[in-house]
Design a protein around this ligand. Structure first.
Ligand code: ZN
Length: 270
């Protein structure tokens, strides 16, 4: 029922882990380049993550954002290995004090221990002359960042991508801001996208462009139907079909209706 898979892609090591092997987003991927780790997996998979880390103790950890499936083992890695934990400055208060976890989040991922992390600099040096640039990409979360290795054309995206045609949205996501971030990230040159849930995506720039195009078109359709007087519920049913088990299991936190509602948000607030 659980999942633990190892892989290596272009020299980047990965561990996919999750308590449940259901949908794509019920497991998550930690990436490792030398002694640098990108994301840390969920707290309830610490034994599996620790086995992966024992092979090569991490020196530094880069978090893509504070969500528990990505930052969940950062505190333990800091304690056990003395590794430096880096994240966008906006992630630091949540990492230090925690945030509200819904029942489904506690079930799938567990509750992460708190930690004091450091603000990631704009450029982070790795071994072998590799260098990652931190690129803010808010929307899915206010503190979401991507890490770009420009020479190799690699982009570590956390939860910016996941898929080209999303059908659900978290209630706390900001869709207009996400669309802006997709545009900003796509101005950079990269080829391979390392997604926190899907894994390595070889044609990454094109796939991320596809997501942007889909969201822009979808937003236009939603606004058009809304202009004709249809309600969010009616628009959702017409474009995405009825709500399903996902809404029930997440108590309305992750739904089709949120995606439609997100398209009607006028501006991208800070
Ligand atoms: Zn996330």
């Amino acid at each position: 029922m659980s999942v633990d898979q190892r892989f290596t892609y272009l020299g980047v090591e990965g561990l996919r882990t999750g308590r449940f092997d259901l949908e794509l987003n019920t497991s998550v991927i930690l990436y490792r380049i030398g002694s640098t780790l990108i994301d840390t997996g969920p707290p309830n998979r610490w034994p599996q993550v620790r086995n992966f880390l024992r092979e090569r103790p991490p020196r530094q950890v880069l978090l893509t954002h504070h969500h528990e499936d990505h930052s969940g083992n950062a505190a333990r890695i800091q304690t056990e290995y003395g590794a430096e934990i880096l994240a966008h400055p906006a992630a630091l208060p949540e990492l230090a004090h925690g945030w509200r976890l819904r029942p489904y989040q506690r079930l799938f991922w567990g509750r992460p221990p708190h930690l004091t992390a450091q603000a990631a600099p704009d450029r982070i040096a790795l071994e072998n002359g590799l260098q990652l640039s931190m690129l803010p990409a808010p929307g899915h979360a206010a503190d979401l960042v991507c890490y770009l290795e420009a020479e190799r054309g690699w982009l570590f995206t956390g939860d910016l991508y996941i898929g080209s045609r999303p059908r659900y949205l978290r209630r706390d996501e900001n869709l207009p801001l996400q669309i802006e971030s997709l545009r900003a990230i796509l101005r950079h040159d990269f080829e391979v996208l390392f997604c926190g849930h899907r894994g390595p995506v070889p044609d990454g720039h094109r796939m991320l462009s596809n997501k942007l195009a889909y969201l822009v078109e979808f937003s236009e359709q939603v606004r058009e139907l809304h202009g004709k007087g249809l309600t969010v519920r009616e628009i959702t049913r017409r474009l995405l079909g009825r709500e399903d088990l996902t809404r029930l299991a997440t108590l309305g936190h992750f739904t089709k209706g949120n995606l439609v509602r997100g398209c009607l948000t006028k501006e991208a607030p800070d």
